[in-house]
Design a protein around this ligand. Sequence first.
Ligand SMILES: Cc1cc2nc3c(=O)[nH]c(=O)nc-3n(C[C@H](O)[C@H](O)[C@H](O)COP(=O)(O)OP(=O)(O)OC[C@H]3O[C@@H](n4cnc5c(N)ncnc54)[C@H](O)[C@@H]3O)c2cc1C
Length: 607
Amino acid sequence: MSLRPTVDFLLYDWLNAPALNERERFVDHSRETFDAVLDTCERIAREKYAPFNRLVDTQEPHFDGEKVILPQATHDAQKAYAESGMLSAAQDYDVGGMQLPYTVEAAANAFFAMASVSMGSGMLTTGNANLLMVHGTPAQKQVFALNEFSGRFSGTMCLSEPQAGSSLSDVMTRAVPDGADFESDPLGPRYRLTGNKMWISAGEHELTENIIHLVLAKIPDENGKLVPGTRGISLFIVPKKMVNAGGELTGERNDVALAGLNHKCGWRGTTNTLLNFGEGRYPVNGEAGAVGYLVGQAGKGLHCMFHMMNEARIGVGLAATMLGMAGYHASLDYAKNRPQGRPMGPAGKDPAQPPVRIIEHADVKRMLLAQKSYCEGALALELYCARLVDEQHTGADHSADEARLLLEVLTPIAKSWPSEWCLEANSLAIQIHGGYGYTRDFPVEQYWRDNRLNMIHEGTHGIQAMDLLGRKVLMEGGKGLKLLAERINGTIERAIQVPELAGHANALGQALAQVGAATKAAWATGEPTDALANAVPYLQAFGHTVLAWVWLDVALAAHVAPESSARTGRLAAMRFFFHYELPKIGAWLQVVSRRDQTCAELPEDAF
Ligand SMILES: Cc1cc2nc3c(=O)[nH]c(=O)nc-3n(C[C@H](O)[C@H](O)[C@H](O)COP(=O)(O)OP(=O)(O)OC[C@H]3O[C@@H](n4cnc5c(N)ncnc54)[C@H](O)[C@@H]3O)c2cc1C
């Protein structure tokens, strides 16, 4: 079974991606150029990633006392990815990019996430370099970003610290000016950083010539104190190896040391590190302190970071989706081949009959359809959000602003919904395999372990939920929520005209009204402690309503397609979602609307 027909259907029959080519930025593109990118990525993923997915899980990165060693397959895969030009796919032609719409870039990257999510397809490097293209100086772009796009250097994001995970305002890494001439360095105002960064993905390896860390740190005030809160946070480029203004390595190591590798539950193809900055292990010019170059203005570090958050979160949602999809395809294949049990007839089971394949049991079909509805629905959502990113960047003013607002509201869902429900899909894939699914002889347990990360990083589930109910649905006087409701109502109006979809359109209308009422009820007292006590059930109900909308909209496109088994499957997945999933929102929204304090008020000693 191939992913490609689903991607093609969503890109071309549903989102009409080639319509983007009417825009000046994408005028050289066509369906043929999009297909060529998809073909290339599908091929590299099949040849260089998929065959090594188990290998990178069993041969975890290890430190030999000097270097972090990764399997040769990871080197080969990342080289092939860089050579494909995908690292700079969205960039301008004059810096070597393809000016590819993000919608197509995201779709193409889906193949890598499905083939081997942890071997990495450059999400961190691209995100790091994209940020520098927006906030960096011309020299920072030239020396750091362009070398990342070419694959010569790679990038990291160093936000978290041992004591500062969800709460970045507690960051303690310090940055002090490096000498009297610190402002005249050609690579930007030069500082010395000291502190520890925890959980840094791809923080140490030999895959590229250099590693470019983007580090959040605080510049102390005149009394040497760190400014509390997020206001004092600045952003710095800290290369692992020192470079000159021409981008050449000077031969000197920067004062960034690997303190240890984290041994993870899954996603083992990517190193995860504790890094010590400025402890004096590698003094620069005889002094301790990691050399870092300020990006943008001092105190605006989080603002710069958040610039790339929408795309990073769509990337995480897409990774979660594709891990779910990998499990779905594996369990479908298994279910078609595993004989077990006999069909139920009017007189019960007939032991004289040969066993059937498990796909013939209704409960196994239920588990398969659940996975299909979660994963193909989530893929549609991610591509819809990617299309909004293109709209925000290249649409006319009004439409670009609407896309921005919709992304504000939808991004917590794009990140969190697949992280929860495509993980559930992985659990169902294990269930379909029975005992075999619980062994390492089949791939499904690895998909689950890899996917378990996604509810944790890039903002935990709880933090995303509070962002949605505490900020996003309220922002600009509730404008984003209203706009989303308008889009959902637009789909309902079209679907109500189609007899086969009218009942679902009505159900979606009721769900939307329930979410609206629960939002008001949650905030009825105006007290965040009342409203946010049940932010996660709200996120779940909101997410299910958004997915029901996406499925109904996809069904409108499927409905007009010629008869085929793919069409039948899509319409069945939509029906499954409406019959088995959407009704769940009632329970979730009940505790939200009542501002139920059962959890919030329980004293610690009663647990
Ligand atoms: C494999 C992996 C890769 C990572 N990669 C990177 C990376 O490349 N760069 C980077 O900077 N970071 C990275 N992270 C860090 C990741 O972003 C953090 O783990 C995450 O932000 C949570 O922080 P924490 O682990 O300290 O958990 P905590 O913040 O301590 O949270 C623990 C639990 O408490 C809950 N909680 C915390 N605060 C609140 C609150 N105010 N209200 C309600 N509930 C709350 C959380 O939801 C969570 O369930 C990575 C993490 C992992 C595991």
